[in-house]
Structures are given as structure tokens and as C-alpha cells.
Design a protein around this ligand. Structure first.
Ligand code: FMN
Length: 283
């Protein structure tokens, strides 16, 4: 997708088409993912909470946005670059944190971070990622941000120190997952980490042999940011998988984090202007 965007910007659309075969828009990529992934993995990737009402509404709102083009401008060298938190990005978007990239594709976080680096946009590594903070920094480079789920104070401090040591440029604290969403597709599919090997799940895997082959070759994905830290344990990983965060997270914790992290600190999941002003006040 990012290569496509870059080629289009540089007027090399036909070159891109040759390399990508028949995937020419987002829906084509979606269909490819659906064909490749077992249903329970695809449903996790695509599904939302409750009746998916909010998910549908978000899509509709985005689809209803319209551009108003300005005419008679020299566009021989178009640029979509923007300033984001004091940095120049080549496009008005970034690769946001998604937890199980390594389940969709082996070393998916490294592949995504490399693609982001090539496209000069930020990549946000998620706390439950299957590649560690250090490994992504070492193998991908580029503009890296780290997304933090606060499960407990000690773990958060370790992760923040790791991100700082590895040269991450921004910390993204997610604050909208105090309780896990009621994700109906996952409940129906019995999707959980660690995976349950039910007959249904095995059959699902067998029907998607290229995914299964890669899955078997890479072994059971782990939450790499937890297994490499001393205080890591199965309980914390399970809490993370169930999105069981520190439900007491408060403004005081944000202040403490601000003191710990010297670079850009982004609070993810704020919807209310009162909260946004509160965050800005913390610096
Ligand atoms: C499969 C999947 C996994 C996600 N994992 C995380 C995560 O680990 N941390 C996080 O802060 N947000 C996570 N999100 C939320 C995204 O970062 C993002 O906020 C959300 O998908 C809305 O953006 P979109 O409209 O571009 O999809 C995840 C979203 C999806 C679809």
C-alpha cells in the first residue's frame, strides 16, 4: 500500500501495478488478506466490538469526507508531506499500533517498520507485538514510536526505558482500553492468546496452507516485549491478551510518565476536549 502511495505521488502508478498484480485498491488488499488468513485471525483483524456499529460509523464518516481541489496550480511535483509533532512526514498518515502483526505475517512488525521507513512515515510498535522494541529498532530503523498499554507500573517503566534506549522518538500511551471490548466475532470464534487448538481452529488453519506453513515455521508467536523483560510472566501476557489494563490509570500516572519520557508523548484514545486540554497541560 505504501509503495503504491509513493509511486502514485511520483507519477509511477503503472510501474507499481506491474509489481503488485491485480491489487489496485484497499478492497483488493482486504480480499487478499481474507483469502490468506484463517477466519478466526481475519475476524480479529477486521472485527469491532458489540454490533460493530461504531466501526461501521467510522468507515462511513471517512467515506463521506470530500476533497476540494484547488485548480491551476503547478502539480508536476506533488507533495502530501505534513508536519506531525514537529517532524516532517511524507504522507498525512502513519502506521498505527496493531497488536498481532506477527500472526498476520511472520515478523510483520519488522516488515511494516521497514515499509514505513522507506515511505518516510512513522511506525508505531504495539506493546503486545511479536517483535521486541530492540529487534525492530535494530532491523528496521526509521521513525519509530512505541505504543504503551499500562498493565502495571514496573512493566511500563521497563518498556519506556527500553524504547528510550533504542532511540524511539515518541511514546503513545493508549488510554481507551480500560476494559476489553465485547468483540463478538472473537467470542464466536473462541479467538484467544495463547491459541486454543480446537478442531474448528485446526480445520480453519488447514484450509489456509500458506499461512499455516509460515505459522508452523516461525513457531507460536510470543509477546516479545514481555518475554525479554525480567518480570515477564504468563499472567501479564494473558492480561495483555485480554486487554486487561490498569483500570486505575489516572492523571497522576500521566504526569509520572511525562517525567520519565523526555520526547514527544501522545495520549491515544482521547475523544473529549476537556481531556485533550488536560493532556496538553501535562506538556
Ligand atoms: C487488529 C488491530 C489491533 C490493534 N491493536 C492495537 C494495539 O495493540 N494498541 C493500540 O493502541 N491500538 C490498537 N489498535 C487500534 C488501532 O491502533 C487504531 O486506533 C484503530 O484501528 C483505528 O484506526 P483505523 O480507523 O485506521 O483502523 C488495533 C486495531 C486493530 C484493527
Amino acid at each position: 500500500m505504501l509503495d503504491w502511495f509513493r509511486c502514485l505521488q511520483e507519477g509511477r502508478g503503472s510501474e507499481y501495478l506491474k509489481s503488485m498484480g491485480r491489487a489496485i485498491n484497499v478492497d483488493d488488499f482486504r480480499r487478499r488478506a481474507q483469502r490468506r488468513l484463517p477466519t478466526l485471525v481475519f475476524d480479529y483483524l477486521e472485527g469491532g466490538a458489540e454490533d460493530e456499529y461504531c466501526l461501521r460509523r467510522n468507515v462511513e464518516v471517512l467515506r463521506n469526507l470530500r476533497f476540494l481541489p484547488k485548480r491551476l496550480r503547478d502539480v508536476t511535483r506533488p507533495s502530501c508531506s505534513i508536519e506531525l509533532f514537529g517532524r516532517t512526514c511524507s504522507a498525512p498518515f502513519l502506521i498505527g499500533p496493531t497488536g498481532l502483526n506477527g500472526v498476520f505475517w511472520p515478523n510483520g512488525n519488522i516488515a511494516l517498520a521497514r515499509a514505513a521507513a522507506r515511505a518516510s512515515i512513522p511506525f508505531v510498535l504495539s506493546t503486545p507485538a511479536q517483535n521486541s522494541i530492540e529487534e525492530v529498532a535494530e532491523k528496521a530503523g526509521g521513525e519509530l514510536w512505541f505504543q504503551l498499554y499500562d498493565i502495571n507500573r514496573k512493566l511500563s517503566e521497563n518498556l519506556v526505558e527500553g524504547a528510550l534506549r533504542s532511540g524511539y522518538k515518541a511514546l503513545v500511551l493508549t488510554v481507551d482500553v480500560t476494559v476489553n471490548g465485547w468483540r463478538e466475532r472473537d467470542l464466536r470464534n473462541k479467538f484467544a492468546v495463547p491459541f486454543h487448538y480446537s478442531w474448528k481452529a485446526i480445520w480453519d488453519g488447514l484450509r489456509h496452507p500458506s499461512w499455516l506453513w509460515q505459522f508452523l515455521r516461525q513457531g507460536m508467536p510470543v509477546m516479545a516485549n514481555l518475554v525479554t523483560k525480567e518480570e515477564s510472566n504468563a499472567e501479564t501476557a494473558a492480561a495483555l491478551a485480554r486487554r486487561q489494563m490498569n483500570s486505575a490509570l489516572s492523571w497522576k500516572d500521566l504526569r509520572d510518565l511525562r517525567a520519565l519520557w523526555p520526547h514527544t508523548l501522545i495520549v491515544k484514545g482521547v475523544l473529549d476536549s476537556y481531556d485533550a486540554i488536560g493532556c496538553a497541560k501535562q506538556g
